[in-house]
Design a protein around this ligand. Structure first.
Ligand SMILES: NC(=O)c1ccc[n+]([C@@H]2O[C@H](COP(=O)([O-])OP(=O)(O)OC[C@H]3O[C@@H](n4cnc5c(N)ncnc54)[C@H](OP(=O)(O)O)[C@@H]3O)[C@@H](O)[C@H]2O)c1
Length: 320
């Protein structure tokens, strides 16, 4: 491997290969590492080296490497000489649990073959084992976790909570009538853990800074913990509209008319039953600047108002 390849010595930056670097999560990790060029070089892995996101990372100093997680040869080349790997897999592009598992196992096998010293994995609890229901997008990550624990390489598993950024997409507050929006999370009266995805990047850097401390540990990250009533208060504080908590039940949500409703209902049931343990104190230790939901919403206001402005009346009813 050319420039950017290094297992690192005490006076040389370590090369960290980052999967999903052109995405939200891997991008957050890559950008956090790029802020510390004394200690780290970033190798950003992508299938599309010429796209804008890859170019922007290259401008910030990342070495862009083309690889596909379905292709072992490309993976072995991409990981040659890397000291550590940040590994996140992706479910939603193909919506296929088995294929996501294969991609995760491929990346782990290639890392082991290339003698990578540390893998930090975006993992998950097995929803199927904990509540007996299928949740393809998390059960895939649980299977990859299990495999990683067996192969013998030093690992740290991070388990993530609900991202604030989800409020821009599928979980955006839904317009019920003029000026009134519902928070569409099926958790009834339960509180769930949350985080800003960008704040995960510095947590991963802290883990890589102290590999002995976090060796073979599984860490649940969280920056805030809220009920939908709490969330509605924070939305109403920052946006001049009324936000309400419709207290949707998971057993109703799983029947909603969109393909991932059943998986997401199972995921929220896991959260609602408090079976996904996340640690706010440890997260603040790893990243002292981690944002509360209130602070995040204060800063992101303009973008969310744009998202809400595009909604039609009664859109929430149409989802059911
Ligand atoms: N906890 C939460 O609330 C939450 C919310 C959203 C997502 N997630 C999970 O977090 C993970 C990352 O999500 P994200 O939003 O960061 O994803 P994203 O922004 O959609 O990015 C997906 C990334 O995966 C890469 N990728 C996909 N297939 C690949 C392949 N075959 N080979 C190499 N790279 C591949 C893409 O790279 P290129 O296209 O550049 O090749 C891209 O960088 C996912 O597993 C997702 O399910 C969690």
């Amino acid at each position: 491997m050319g420039s950017g390849a290094s297992h690192g010595s005490s006076d040389e930056p370590k090369t960290i290969a980052v999967f999903g670097a052109t995405g939200l999560l891997g991008g957050a990790v890559a950008r956090a590492l790029l802020k510390d060029p004394t200690n780290y070089r970033v190798r950003a892995i992508t299938r599309k080296p010429n796209n804008d996101k890859a170019r922007k990372l290259a401008e910030k100093g990342a070495v862009i490497v083309t690889a596909n997680m379905n292709d072992m040869e490309s993976l072995e080349k991409a990981l040659d000489g890397a000291y550590a790997v940040f590994l996140t897999t992706h479910y939603w592009e193909e919506r296929n649990k088995e294929k996501e598992i294969v991609r995760g196992l491929n990346a782990i096998d290639a890392a082991v073959k290339q003698n990578v010293k540390h893998i930090v994995l975006n993992g998950s609890e097995s929803v199927r084992k904990l509540i007996g229901k299928e949740c393809n997008n998390l059960d895939s990550k649980a299977a990859i976790e299990e495999y990683l624990k067996e192969v013998g390489v030093t690992y740290t598993i991070i388990r993530l909570p609900f991202w604030y950024e989800n409020f821009y997409g599928i979980f955006r507050p839904h317009k019920i009538k003029h000026g009134v929006y519902a928070i569409p999370l099926p958790i009834e009266d339960a509180a769930i853990d949350m985080i800003c995805v960008k704040d995960i990047g510095p947590c991963v850097v802290s883990i890589l800074d102290s590999p002995k401390q976090y060796k073979n540990k599984t860490i649940g990250l969280s920056a805030d913990r809220m009920t939908t009533v709490d969330m509605a208060h924070v939305f109403s504080k920052h946006i001049d509209k009324q936000f309400i908590s419709p207290k949707i039940r998971t057993k109703d949500y799983e029947k909603f008319n969109f393909p991932e409703a059943r998986d997401l209902a199972a995921m929220f049931e896991l959260y609602q039953k408090n079976l996904a343990h996340r640690d706010i104190r440890l997260t603040k230790k790893l990243n002292p600047h981690v944002r509360t939901f209130d602070k995040w919403l204060e800063r992101k206001l303009y973008k969310l108002e744009e998202v809400l402005a595009g909604d039609k009346d009664n859109e929430f009813e149409h989802q059911k």
